[in-house]
Design a protein around this ligand. Structure first.
Ligand SMILES: [Fe+2]
Length: 385
């Protein structure tokens, strides 16, 4: 019996949103040292497409039967000895094809078995809720310093005139040298530091997968993106919607490399696919992953940065947090030669320093434009051929 029926899965499901189920740490070993698995004798990898039907309502319709079938097979897989190296290579190839497909078609997917303990994910969410429940006076103690980092580290509430109604706390990676942790709740700093450590490892892993999916020479993206000082973790509280409006986060693309999102049970995150807004059903066990503008520019549009937004629910708050696996500001971003001159394609973007792009985009945090069309996007650097 084959260990993994990829063709069967792809026939069953034709999703607008992809779900990847990846056992992270061992996958990493497997990508780097395939022979090692022969010794270990187990394969801890499963990637599948999980259907979420496009719907005009706010409901995301899962396909539970197919999902459960795959899960049970996955459990068997994870205790089954690995038969031989050739089959392993074959499986790796198929897995990478599926991940590549997810990145090309959706740029937005979910992962589980990501290596971050559920307990820690929940703990961080609880502490964010406690923090956002503090008085404005307390929260403003960690306001961004004038002339500080971009984006501003610390606590910010959307300005009155903004059409986005939320507040957030942004914490930079420790290697930035900037620390703006609130004193309350007392355990917050320790938990968030732990979260950043986990997310950083996950970012390295996903970046290596994406690099390989793009067909780049080994470690291309890892060598290019070798400074973690611009990575950040951001906790968000969206205020309940009113009769008049429900915008939590306007439609946008992320400017970074890879984003990981953990949302509470309220939901509200939506991704645009083929002109339709598709709700991403919240899950305690899953992280949402999306590709950012840097990957889109480097890959010359081979992988796209997905448009997404947050819709606020009526009558209750929404909480989420996201880790931005980023790029150091002094890096020069332009389409890689593998996607331009080496294949005879012209570059779709002119080169730019990443910090320049971040600064242009960051104006919306303090000076939101009155017209959405005035927001800066990657198209700012587009070359019309
Ligand atoms: Fe985003």
């Amino acid at each position: 019996m084959p260990l993994c029926k990829w063709q069967g899965i792809s026939r069953v499901l034709a999703p607008p949103v992809a779900l990847l189920t990846v056992k992270g740490w061992l996958l990493h070993s497997w990508l780097k040292h395939p022979m090692q698995l022969l010794v270990v004798g187990q394969l801890h990898l499963m990637a599948l497409i999980h259907g979420v039907t496009a719907s005009k309502s706010k409901e995301a319709t899962l396909i539970p039967a197919a999902n459960m079938a795959v899960r049970s097979r996955q459990e068997i897989l994870w205790t089954r000895p690995h038969p031989n190296f050739i089959e392993d290579e074959d499986r790796k190839k198929k897995v990478m094809e599926r991940i590549r497909e997810a990145c090309v078609k959706y740029s937005f997917f979910q992962i589980e078995n990501h290596g971050i303990p559920l307990e820690l994910l929940n703990r961080a969410m609880d502490l964010y809720k406690i923090f956002f429940d503090c008085s404005d006076e307390d929260k403003l103690l960690v306001s961004p310093k004038p002339g500080g980092t971009v984006p501003p580290a610390g606590y910010l509430k959307s300005p009155q005139h903004s059409d986005e109604k939320n507040e957030h706390l942004l914490i930079l990676n420790a290697s930035s040298g900037v620390s703006v942790y609130p004193k309350n709740p007392p355990q917050f700093k320790q938990v968030l530091e732990e979260m950043i450590s986990h997310f950083t490892k996950l970012g390295v892993l996903l970046e290596s997968i994406i690099s390989e999916c793009l067909g780049l020479p080994p470690n291309t993206l890892a060598k290019f993106n070798n400074d973690r000082s611009w990575d950040f973790l951001i906790g968000l509280h969206y205020f309940p919607a009113t009769e008049a409006e429900d915008n939590g986060k306007s439609a946008h693309e992320d400017g970074n490399c890879i984003t990981f999102v953990y949302q509470d049970e309220v939901g509200g995150l939506e991704v645009k696919k083929d002109g339709q807004w598709i709700p991403i059903a919240p899950s305690k066990h899953k992280l949402v992953v999306n590709i950012g503008d840097v990957i889109q520019a480097l890959s010359n549009n081979k992988f796209k940065s997905a448009t997404h937004r947050v819709v606020r629910p009526r009558g209750k708050s929404r909480y989420s947090y996201a880790f931005y696996y980023n790029l150091q500001g002094n890096k020069w971003v332009e389409p890689l030669p593998q996607f331009t001159k080496e294949i005879g394609e012209s570059a779709k973007y002119k080169g730019f320093f990443y910090k320049e792009y971040v600064q242009l985009r960051a104006r919306k945090w303090t000076h939101p434009p009155s017209r959405p069309e005035d927001l800066i996007h990657l198209t700012h650097y587009s070359i019309s051929n």
